[in-house]
Ligand binder design. Structure first.
Ligand code: GLU
Length: 308
């Protein structure tokens, strides 16, 4: 299979559609991004990277960070994570508060905002916020095998100033006793994890452990056990695209996690880690062209986990 020809074709086919969707504007720093960009990178478990379009341009990974923070929290708290956050799809928007009251402050899953805020609280345990952010950044540099990764402080500050809904979610959960640290500390960690800037190439490297039984084949670094990698992939499949998760499984058929910066990380278990990026979002807050590109890729490669 000629993966370079496939990514080149996808970029060519999407060229006339550049700019589709709506850039996230509730975070002022993200509203300034030029929507007419698209990048794709595939890194295979054999260690080859294929890229096309704006694959080397950094973007804000936003909610894709939730996958990596969950990995860290599972390392710290093990199965205890699941006492404080569920594993069911929410069927609700990424920043929804409606289920939280019925479910006594236990978020449906770690990939909606409420769940990710609880996960950030777990990573914060035993640390000052600055140390927890440092631990996350070191972890990201380790999994991506790239010391140049950095957090875009402007994006973090921008969200800190305007993240009213996240403050509401966090205060609500603190009221239920499901946050153990001050809200400002937990959200400081959360906003910084979201503000990590990565290119598609870097993101495809960072996600490779999920495609290769928990170990990065490029470096040999063991990140999680095969069982844990499988389970994280299952959560990505069921919950990785908010209330668009069913649609993503239907069209693409791969575990994936989106972010409002327009990135999507997708995992083809045993085959490759794939990153796409295009800033315009569809109605449920997932990259419009990124979703289309992954559907094209799944069709061209036959990589769906549901069969070729
Ligand atoms: N930082 C964003 C927020 O909390 C992340 C949302 C997303 O990427 O879906 O609103």
């Amino acid at each position: 299979m000629d993966l370079q020809a496939i990514v080149d074709d996808i970029v060519r086919e999407l060229e006339p559609r550049l700019g589709e969707g709506k850039v996230a504007d509730y975070i002022p720093e993200l509203a300034r991004i030029d929507p007419k960009q698209f990048g794709i990178a595939i890194t295979t478990v054999e260690g080859q990277t294929y890229k096309a379009g704006d694959a080397e341009t950094s973007f804000s990974i936003q909610s894709i960070s939730k996958v990596f923070m969950l990995t860290l929290a599972l390392g710290k708290a093990g199965e205890g994570v699941w006492n404080r956050v569920g594993r069911e799809p929410s069927g609700s928007a990424f920043n929804s508060i409606v289920q939280l009251e019925h479910e006594h402050g236990i978020p449906r899953n770690p990939f909606i905002n409420a769940g990710a805020i609880v996960v950030a609280d777990m990573v914060l345990a035993g640390h000052a916020p600055r140390e927890a952010i440092g631990e996350y950044l070191r972890f990201m540099r380790y999994v991506a095998d790239d010391e140049t990764l950095s957090i875009d402080e402007k994006v973090a500050q921008s969200e800190q100033k305007t993240g009213y809904r996240n403050f509401a979610l966090a205060n609500f959960m603190r009221g239920f006793g499901n946050l153990h640290h001050p809200v400002e500390h937990v959200l400081g960690v959360y906003f910084h994890q979201c503000a990590l800037a990565l290119s598609c190439v870097q993101l495809s490297h960072a996600g490779l452990y999920l495609a290769h039984r928990g170990t990065n084949p490029l470096t040999g670094f063991s990140v999680v056990s095969p069982k844990r990698a499988r389970r994280i992939n299952a959560l990505m499949m069921m919950c990785g695209h908010y209330d668009g998760s069913g649609d993503f499984a239907f069209h693409v058929g791969l575990p994936g996690k989106s972010g409002v910066g327009g990135g999507i990380l997708a995992v083809a278990p045993g085959k490759a880690s794939i990153a796409v990026w295009s800033p315009g979002l569809n109605k449920v807050g997932n990259s419009a062209l990124g979703s289309v590109a992954l559907e094209m890729l799944a069709t061209k490669t036959g990589w769906s986990v549901f069969g070729t």
